[in-house]
Design a protein around this ligand. Structure first.
Ligand code: AP5
Length: 221
């Protein structure tokens, strides 16, 4: 499986990609997580990306494209990965296409699936402003929709929960606008090529996962 997960900020791409990757069949590659890791390590890429991320804008294509293509080229990615948060612009989608072998005799030929997680706009803001992430294991929680047993403590590993800086409401509005203007056009790009799978992401996470895995041809056993 060489899949792309598309959807607005807060649609649940990361939640679903983690659930799928936990089955051990594919690697979850999140462009946002990679950028935050660069930022935490203080790399040049992290420093360049920070201003854009803090304002809810997309990081320039050339930085993101190089980072992701390098990642999917590493041996552990092999031929089974889920891209969460990439591509987000037409140039990114084209660069990804060009990087995948087009020769039918090659082991991997292009993308296999593009899943689109659809959620009404009014739900997205609530999901984002209530999200909490474990600083230790990266698990995703929500104060209302997926609360931990103890406030501020991860159920999975006991780590401390934090709130992403770009989950403040004013930044969320900017992120949703960037999605509408720059990422939404990719739906037509992939739909016209017969790759798009529509997933109703406005239901409980387990129900979303059931629909997703059925449509990917990998049902929950
Ligand atoms: P990134 O980290 O990719 O953020 P995003 O796309 O805005 O997506 P999110 O992580 O916010 O949402 P999600 O869909 O993964 O939702 P989640 O599962 O967490 O990007 C951050 C920034 O990095 C960008 O703004 C940009 O600056 C930069 N960047 C990254 N990639 C880039 C690229 N390719 N090009 C340029 N710049 C790039 O769920 C959200 C919450 O809802 C959680 O609390 C969860 O528990 C809850 N939830 C999930 N599913 C459900 C459900 N079914 N029901 C109820 N609650 C749910």
């Amino acid at each position: 499986m060489r899949a792309v997960f598309l959807g607005a900020p807060g649609a649940g791409k990361g939640t679903q990609a983690k659930m799928l990757a936990d089955r051990g069949e594919s690697l979850h590659i999140s462009s946002g997580d990679m950028l935050r890791e660069h930022r935490n390590r203080g790399t040049a890429l992290g420093e360049r990306a920070q201003g854009f991320m803090d304002q809810g804008q997309l990081v320039p294509d050339e930085l993101i494209i190089a980072m992701i293509l390098e990642r999917i080229g590493q041996p552990d990615a092999g031929d089974a990965w889920i891209l969460d948060g990439f591509p987000r612009t037409l140039p990114q989608a084209q660069a990804l296409d060009q990087s995948l072998p087009a020769d039918a005799s090659a082991a991997s030929v292009g993308l296999t699936h593009v899943a689109y997680f659809e959620v009404p706009q009014e739900i997205l803001v609530r999901r984002l402003t209530g999200r909490r992430n474990c600083a230790q294991c990266g698990a995703i929680w929500h104060v209302e929709f997926k609360p931990t047993k103890q406030d501020g403590v991860c159920d999975a590993c006991g780590g401390e929960l934090t709130q992403r800086a770009d989950d403040r409401e004013d930044v969320v509005v900017q992120r949703l606008e960037a999605y509408r203007s720059q990422t939404e056009p990719l739906l037509d790009y992939y739909r016209s090529r017969g790759l798009l799978i529509d997933v109703n992401a406005d239901q409980a996470p387990e129900a979303v996962f059931g629909e997703l895995t059925n449509k990917l041809g990998r049902p929950v056993s």
